[in-house]
Write a protein that binds this ligand. Structure first.
Ligand code: NAD
Length: 334
C-alpha cells in the first residue's frame, strides 16, 4: 500500500536527521511518497510566518507527518512552531516511550517507561502578560475535558500494549485547583479500567523515584509542563536525547518527532545521532499499520547500536549522522 506522508525537515540539525530517517525508512521497502513542507525561522521572510498554512494543509490532508526539530527564540520573537502545530491540529497526546537499548552507556540498563503528556493546555497555552515593567504572570489553565481525554488515551494505550500501571503526576498539594482538577479527572477515567493499576505521585517526588527506583513505574500521564521536564529526565535514564523518540497524536492526525530540539551548535556538521527520529519513524510505521517494517527497523537500529562500531559521538563512536543511517539501512537491505 502506498502512503503519502508530510515531512517537515525543521531547522538546526533537523534537515540532516530527517534525511537519515528518510534513508532508513525507504530501506524498509514501505511505499512512501514524502510531501516535504518547510517550517521554522528560515521560511519567515518568504511567508511572513514560521508556520505557513500549506504545512498545516498538507498534514490535515495526509493525516500523518514526521518532523525534525524547530528552533524557538528564547524570551522574544515568534511563538513555538512546535506548540502551534500541536494546537492547530489538536494533537492532544504526546507519547514518548523510553526504553533501554543494549550498547548504550547508562547507569540504568532496564528502563521501560512510557510518558503520556497532555499537549494542548497548562502553562504552554501562552496565556501570559507583563502586568507592569517588573511583574509578569502566566496562567496555568487545566480543563476537565483535556485531562479526561489524555487519561483515556493513556489507559487505552496501556490496554492495547499490555502495560500494567498508570501513574498520574501532579503538584495538587500546592496547585489545588488546576493540578487538583487534573488528578481528579484522571482518577475518574481510571475507574473504567480496573485491569490497569492506577496511582499518583507529586512531581518532585516522581523525579527522585525515577532516578532511584524506575523499575517501580510503567506509564506516566502528566500535564504539559511536567511532561516536558520528565521526558528529558527519562531520556537521561536511557542514555540521552539522541535516542528518545516521540509522537503527537490527535483524533484526526499524528505528527512524529524526536524529543530533542534543534541543537543549533551541531547543525550542519553531520555529527548528531539520528536514532531519536528513526525510532520516531518506527512509531509512525506502526501507526500506519506497517508493523512488520517497524519491527525490522527497530531491530536493525538496535543491532547497529549494540555492535557499537558505526555510531555517533554521544554513543561513544566516531561515525557521522549519515554513516550511522547507512549502516542501519545496510542491515535492512543486505
Ligand atoms: P536540544 O535538545 O536541541 O539540545 C540539548 C543537547 O542535547 C544538545 O546540545 C546535545 O548535546 C544533545 N542532543 C540533542 N539532540 C541530539 C542528537 N540527536 N544527538 C546527540 N545529541 C543530541 O535542546 P535545547 O538546546 O534546549 O534547544 C535548542 C532549540 O530547540 C531551542 O530553540 C528549543 O526551543 C528547540 N526545541 C525544539 C523542539 C521541537 O522541535 N519539538 C523540542 C525541544 C527544543
Amino acid at each position: 500500500m502506498k502512503h503519502t506522508i508530510t515531512l517537515v525537515p525543521g531547522d538546526g540539525i533537523g534537515p540532516e536527521i530527517s534525511a537519515a530517517m528518510r534513508l532508513v525508512v525507504e530501506a524498509t521497502g514501505v511505499d512512501i511518497v514524502w510531501e516535504v513542507r518547510e517550517a521554522g525561522a528560515d521560511v519567515m521572510d518568504k511567508y511572513g510566518t514560521p508556520l505557513p498554512e500549506h504545512v498545516l494543509e498538507s498534514i490535515r490532508r495526509n493525516k500523518v507527518a514526521i518532523k525534525g526539530p524547530i528552533t524557538t527564540p528564547v524570551g522574544k520573537g515568534f511563538r513555538s512552531v512546535n506548540v502551534a502545530l500541536r494546537k492547530e491540529l489538536d494533537l492532544y497526546a504526546c507519547l514518548r516511550p523510553c526504553f533501554s537499548l543494549k550498547g548504550v552507556k547508562s547507569r540504568y540498563t532496564d528502563i521501560d517507561l512510557v510518558i503520556v503528556r497532555e499537549n494542548t493546555e497548562d502553562l504552554y497555552a501562552g496565556l501570559e502578560r507583563m502586568i507592569d515593567d517588573d511583574t509578569a504572570e502566566s496562567i496555568k489553565r487545566i480543563t476537565r475535558r483535556a485531562s479526561r481525554r489524555i487519561a483515556k488515551f493513556a489507559f487505552e494505550y496501556a490496554r492495547a500494549e499490555g502495560r500494567r500501571q498508570v501513574t498520574a503526576v501532579h503538584k495538587a498539594n500546592i496547585m489545588k485547583c488546576s493540578d487538583g482538577l487534573f488528578l481528579e479527572s484522571v482518577g475518574q477515567e481510571a475507574a473504567a479500567y480496573p485491569d490497569i493499576e492506577f496511582n499518583d505521585r507529586i512531581v518532585d517526588n516522581m523525579c527522585m523515584q525515577l532516578v532511584q527506583k524506575p523499575e517501580n513505574y510503567d506509564m506516566m500521564v502528566l500535564p504539559n509542563l511536567y511532561g516536558d521536564i520528565i521526558s528529558d529526565l527519562c531520556a537521561g535514564l536511557i542514555g540521552g536525547l539522541g535516542i528518545a523518540p516521540g509522537a503527537n497524536i490527535g483524533e484526526e492526525s499524528a505528527v512524529f518527532e524526536p524529543t530533542h530540539g534543534s541543537a543549533p551548535k551541531y547543525a550542519g556538521q553531520n555529527k548528531v545521532n539520528p536514532t531519536a527520529i528513526i525510532l520516531s519513524s518506527v512509531l509512525m510505521l506502526k501507526h500506519i499499520n506497517e508493523r512488520e517494517a517497524a519491527d525490522r527497523l527497530l531491530n536493525a537500529t538496535a543491532r547497529v547500536i549494540e555492535e557499537g562500531k558505526v555510531v555517533t559521538y554521544d554513543l561513544g563512536g566516531q561515525a557521522g549522522t549519515r554513516q550511522m543511517a547507512e549502516e542501519i539501512a545496510g542491515k535492512l537491505t543486505g
